[in-house]
Design a protein around this ligand. Structure first.
Ligand code: LLP
Length: 418
């Protein structure tokens, strides 16, 4: 359910017309619907009613402060993977005791800040990280609460770049090695073992891999009990997919039901780290057509947003629906929607039926709330776009469009270059 709909042939975000925002802020820009984000979070959260759980929004999917604040107000926690994400989460008002920290390459500096911030727990991904965490906690004079991130070796059918829980991936500790790591952790004085975590992949459209992973985690929990470890948290990560095109992912209610059934009578707090399912369909990218041109067998629509603004099509060949901001009702033509970046891979849609866009027309790239602005770059020295949030009739710029000065911020010409 989302709030991007046509009213009299004009695309609206809630009660604000998209073209009105374009006139006010220029293009390209990301546009998010407050009600959609809130509804998605509520639906997900309520699906787990009756079960002890904590929903930690995956900050990497969208780390804008306003979005994090909205989710903080809804009671959400955060799944972070860097000191920068911790900084954002805390600045947005997310409670540290609802923050979990994953990532295979946590630096000493980031670990130290996270320990001092008193976050809920670290999802530890290697023996060496565990030792480092223990050393730093010792220096600070505290204990680090941890879950071991397990690689449960389940196959999840998604894009190979976003599969994470298969044994060939760099993530987590192999489930068969984990007992040794837990034994090591048990004897480290500054480590407090509290959980098991995993994340098997992203944009999953089937429930089975989640259930299989949860079963494996539960089995491990029994083994750990025998070792005298008191596991209070099971973290299943994120990964629930969304509809970009014709995918039919399970509804959060179905997903929650299957997990509840698998959990049965067990007593622990389930942690979930959804990203895409909350924010993916709550945002769009709005761009303007600059030029059109045709070759012998191709038609190109050149717009002012490129792969630096939205890299998913270039990186994963991902599908994002293309919609006119002003409905035309005319015949559709196959075309490539491309950006201004000097790369052949700079496309937003390829060989796609779309209206006969003309220069000046506004185009909406749908499902661009997750891994979109957060993966944007300045490649080709292009300032990153503005981000705007709509709430009913109101809209507010939640990140200004970058200016040229931002592009060189921090750069310096050394004296020896005169
Ligand atoms: N937890 C962990 C440890 C993760 O690594 C991720 C995503 C999530 C949670 C959230 O997963 P979600 O619910 O959003 O599927 N850039 C790619 C997606 C990379 C996902 C990385 N990890 C894309 O644009 O599709």
């Amino acid at each position: 359910m989302h709030h991007f709909v046509y009213k009299n042939d004009d695309l609206y975000c809630e009660d604000v017309s998209v073209s009105h925002v374009a006139e006010q802020v220029g293009t390209p820009f990301y546009l998010y619907s407050y009600s959609t984000i809130r509804t998605h979070f509520g639906v997900f959260e309520n699906a787990f009613n009756g079960l002890d759980h904590l929903t930690c929004f995956s900050v990497k999917s969208n780390s804008n402060l306003a979005i994090l604040r909205l989710l903080a107000l809804e009671g959400g926690g955060a799944d972070i993977v860097s000191g920068g994400e911790l900084f954002r989460a805390i600045r947005a008002g997310i409670r540290p005791d609802k923050i979990v920290y994953s990532g295979v390459g946590k630096t000493r500096k980031d670990i130290e800040i996270a320990l001092k911030s008193d976050i809920l727990m670290f999802n530890v991904e290697s023996d060496q990280e565990l030792q480092t965490l223990n050393d730093i906690a010792k220096d600070i004079g505290c204990k680090a609460t941890i879950a071991m991130r397990i690689n449960p070796d389940v196959e999840s059918k998604t894009h190979p770049y976003i599969v994470t829980g298969f044994s060939e991936n760099k993530f987590g500790i192999q489930i068969e090695d984990s007992l040794n790591t837990y034994a090591l952790a048990k004897h480290l004085k500054h480590i407090d073992v509290k959980g098991i975590s995993c994340h098997i992949g992203s944009q999953l459209t089937e429930i089975d891999p989640f259930v299989e992973a949860l079963r494996k985690l539960k089995e491990l929990l029994e083994e750990l009990k025998k070792m005298g470890l008191d596991i209070e948290f099971l973290n299943l990560g994120g990964g629930l997919g969304i509809t970009y095109n014709d995918e039919k992912p399970p509804h959060p209610l179905e997903y929650a039901k299957a997990l509840k059934e698998t959990i049965g009578e067990n007593r622990f707090t389930l942690i979930l780290e959804p990203g895409r399912v909350i924010i993916g369909n709550a945002g769009i990218l709005v761009t303007r057509v600059l030029y059109t041109k045709s070759t012998k067998n191709k038609r190109f629509i050149i717009v002012d947003a490129g792969m630096n603004d939205l890299i998913r099509p270039a990186l994963y060949n991902s599908f994002h629906a293309v919609q006119p901001v002003k409905m035309t009702h005319s015949e559709m033509f196959a075309a490539d929607l491309v950006g201004p970046v000097c790369e052949t891979g700079d496309f937003l849609a390829r060989d796609r039926k779309m209206p006969p866009f003309e220069p000046g027309d506004l185009v909406a790239i749908m499902s661009a709330g997750a891994y979109s602005f957060s993966m944007a770059s300045n490649y080709n020295s292009r300032p990153r776009p503005a981000e705007v949030m709509v709430k009913e009739k109101l809209f507010s710029i939640i990140r200004s469009r970058e200016v040229y000065e931002d592009l060189i911020s921090g750069e310096a010409i050394p004296e020896f270059l005169g």
